[in-house]
Design a binder for this molecule. Structure first.
Ligand SMILES: [Zn+2]
Length: 486
């Protein structure tokens, strides 16, 4: 065989190999169809996991069984699991794959105290005084798990380079697990992150969330007999009352975006003892961190004034602080496309009837279930009321947020009605939609470097040189909650 013909054959073989590779390589659309099929195959598993989380109904920092279940499924499916991250016994990070890009998916699984409820269309506690998933975090946890599992199978089968990280994030409802996870740098290596939340609407969230400061204000006075020698006493409760009065006057002089709310957690034991100790728990929110800082400064002055006026001393315990959400419009548009490609949920008559019954019981318009996919909202508008620790992640890496319909339209959130819908086909269908939209969006980020680059550019531009700084001190340990036997 001549030299030239050898070269020709070599080129031919190489070209054929390339051709075969190109032929074997599936298009983005084909890969997405395969991914959606994987989610469908996992639907039973996801319902089982969701129902277990619903039944455990573990409140913030006590999500031991819930996190264990999620971790065991992830390990069984080939993920490496790092346990007890950021000093939180119920937090974890599960990873699969290698190299860049690294795409994060957030999972939450904490329940709310005192809301126990069966999955009936009327209010009926399962355990009187028990906890319940009034925010649908059982669906949140299982839905995010599903996205990670389905995605893993596709990137494994097609040798797509990159890493998936599923974050098990405890205590969203109080404490804010992500606050500690963010402070400890757990999100620092991500190229992007994806989260979702159950809702009664379906949309990619571009309105963001409010920044918040969480303060516990404590007054100490002097005890005395409230009738025999009250002049010897200094009432800590008086100081609390003066503070709340001051806060309520302050409301007239803050921007309309501000929200301040409080509860008195300690106010004395009996009326005939002048209260020596009293505590007020305050949350102050606004659409920006700076706005919150301004309000908190005013509250600090009110507290000082109240202490002087009542002859007591004051102490403020700064429990936590969240940023507002940094919205990434570029990535949100990608997610919107995927959501539209998957299409809205279809409901059966009995599901609509169940929804209307819940709406009747909760005194809201009987509009049934609404799952039209909303267009992207005006992202320049101020966020609606509410804060989330997901916002912390959004200042570290471009973060996308999705809401899907998991409950009847307009029902009160953090209520029994959400718990009922979260262990019902209405909730499951919303969860599957979220799983699919998150998984397909993550796949886009794995396959298309250009999207990621554009997302990062927007992120960098919006940071305006700011580097994320956690609102909690570097050495503050996360609180630990110990389960008491009932
Ligand atoms: Zn929630």
């Amino acid at each position: 065989m001549g030299k030239h013909s050898f070269k020709f054959i070599t080129i031919l073989i190489f070209s054929l190999a390339q051709l075969t590779y190109a032929e074997n390589k599936l298009s983005n659309k084909e890969l997405k169809n395969e991914l959606l099929g994987k989610v469908d195959k996992k639907s039973q598993l996801l319902v089982e996991v969701s129902d277990s989380l619903w039944e455990y109904a573990e409140i913030a920092l006590l999500e031991y069984k819930s996190s264990k279940l999620l971790m065991s499924v992830l390990e069984k499916e080939g993920f490496d699991v790092e346990r007890e991250v950021a000093g939180l016994p119920t937090a974890f990070v599960a990873s699969y794959g290698s190299g860049k890009p690294i795409i994060g998916i957030l999972a939450e699984y904490d329940a709310l105290p005192g809301l126990s409820q069966d999955n009936t269309a009327f209010k009926k506690a399962l355990i009187e005084g028990g906890a319940g998933h009034g925010c649908g975090h059982n669906l949140f946890g299982a839905g995010s798990l599903g996205a990670a599992l389905a995605l893993k199978e596709v990137i494994e089968a097609h040798k797509i380079p990159g890493t998936i990280k599923l974050y098990g994030c405890p205590a969203e409802e109080d404490t804010g697990g992500k606050l500690y996870m963010a402070r400890d740098g757990l999100f620092d290596d991500l190229d992007a992150c994806i989260a979702w939340h159950p809702s009664y609407e379906t949309k990619v969230d571009v309105r963001g969330s409010q920044a918040i400061d969480d303060l516990e204000i404590e007054f100490s006075g002097k005890t005395s007999h409230a009738a025999f020698d009250p002049w010897k006493g200094a009432s800590a409760l008086d100081a609390v009352e003066m503070t709340t009065f001051g806060i309520n006057l302050l409301r007239e002089h803050v921007k309309p975006t501000v929200r301040i709310h409080y509860v008195i957690t300690q106010g004395g034991k009996v009326p005939n003892i002048v209260p020596e100790h009293a505590k007020l728990w305050v949350w102050a929110r606004d659409s920006t961190r700076q706005g919150v800082k301004d309000v908190v400064k005013r509250i600090e002055e009110i507290v000082k004034g109240a202490a002087i006026a009542t002859g007591t001393s004051s102490k403020i315990n700064y429990k936590g602080s969240y940023h507002e959400m940094l919205v990434n419009l570029t990535g949100s548009k990608v997610m919107q496309k995927n959501l539209e490609m998957i299409g809205p949920i279809k409901y059966k008559d009995e599901e609509a009837a169940f929804a209307k019954k819940i709406q009747k019981e909760t005194d809201v318009d009987q509009k049934g279930i609404i799952c039209e996919i909303k267009e992207l909202e005006d992202h320049t508008k101020d966020p609606e009321g509410g804060s989330t620790d997901v916002a912390e992640v959004s200042w570290i890496t471009p973060t996308l947020n999705l809401s899907t319909t998991c409950a009847p339209f307009g029902i009160p959130w953090h209520s029994w009605a959400v718990i009922s819908s979260s262990k019902h086909s209405i909730g499951y269908k919303g969860m599957f939609l979220a799983t699919k939209a998150m998984a397909t969006t993550a796949l886009d980020l794995f396959l298309d470097q250009e999207i990621l680059m554009k997302m990062k550019k927007e992120f960098k531009d919006k940071l305006k040189g700011y580097t994320y700084k956690s609102g909690i001190p570097q050495d503050k340990k996360p609180p630990v909650r110990v389960k008491h036997n009932p």
